[in-house]
Design a protein around this ligand. Structure first.
Ligand SMILES: C[S@@+](CC[C@H](N)C(=O)[O-])C[C@H]1O[C@@H](n2cnc3c(N)ncnc32)[C@H](O)[C@@H]1O
Length: 262
């Protein structure tokens, strides 16, 4: 994979000051993840970790779903962690001692092993550089019967935009996200699970134009290009955005990973 560096990813998300205005799809996915988690009957959660909490949309719901738990909300971007903390405080959800916040790379956390009853992550793990290693590390953090529940983006996401770039002969900055098979193999290679599932849910969104699509992606801080990306000149990009049919329909291939430890 040739994902951008963690510092570039963090800077882009930190710079997404208008994140919530563009995050309708992210909210829909977080709601879906919670519904799946509820069906998975994840009871007795004392310690929970959220990876990539962003501005705290899922965080708030997790706190409601597991009111007795201690929640650690974390994100690669310290600015995002701060936004999450402020959001929960503004909504009167700053329960002393029950919530903690941490700027942390979810791929390499130094948390104590075997302590967490629930690890969640919504739309963040597509930025992981080494999914199999990450799965092993996260599995080791879970307590017996602890649950990992994540939504991430899979291979084929933004295929329509990739085709536009290919036809125009320009480099496409969209990273190649890990496939469903890669995540499934990563989970299944780790023999610690009592049950695990990986499911794909394609979500097609119709944007008013190509430009509106790119604005939405950049608006949520997800516009950091792949390392192999060859920048396109401003005039060429303008022409590319002006051409083609409007509206512009694009598919987000969302993967849901849910697994419970032995
Ligand atoms: C698209 S946002 C999703 C935020 C939130 N979960 C939501 O659904 O609205 C992705 C978030 O993941 C964070 N992120 C990216 N890579 C990460 C990593 N390796 N560890 C922790 N957080 C990461 C970003 O900083 C960003 O806040």
């Amino acid at each position: 994979m040739s994902l951008p560096s963690s510092s570039h990813i963090a800077a882009a998300f930190g710079g997404a000051s208008g994140y919530d205005a563009h995050a309708g799809l992210q909210q829909q996915v977080a709601d879906d993840l919670l519904r799946r988690l509820e069906r998975f009957s994840c009871t007795r959660v004392a310690q929970a970790l959220e990876i990539g909490c962003g501005t705290g949309y899922l965080s708030r719901r997790l706190a409601t779903l597991h009111p007795e738990a201690h929640h650690l909300f974390s994100d690669l971007s310290a600015i995002m962690v701060d936004r999450c903390r402020r959001r929960l405080r503004e909504q009167g959800r700053q329960e002393r001692g029950r919530f903690s916040y941490l700027a942390m790379d979810g791929e390499r956390s130094a948390l104590r092993r075997g302590q967490l009853d629930l690890i969640t992550s919504s739309m963040a793990m597509q930025w992981f550089h080494d999914p199999p290693a990450a799965v092993n590390r996260l599995a080791a953090l879970l307590s017996p019967a602890g649950v990992l529940a994540a939504a991430t983006l899979g291979e084929g996401t933004f295929q329509e935009w990739r085709s536009v770039c290919k036809e125009a002969g320009v480099s496409c900055g969209t990273p190649h996200y890990p496939s469903l098979t890669r995540w499934r193999d990563a989970l299944e290679e780790n023999l610690c699970w009592r049950e695990c599932s990986v499911q794909e849910q394609p979500i097609s969104i119709t944007y008013s134009s190509r430009r509106a699509f790119l604005t939405a992606v950049k608006g949520v801080g997800a516009g950091t290009p792949d390392l192999n990306h060859q920048p396109v000149s401003v005039s060429r990009m303008r022409a590319l955005l002006a051409a083609g049919d409007a509206p512009f329909r694009v598919t987000w291939r969302v993967l849901f990973l849910i697994a419970r430890r032995e």
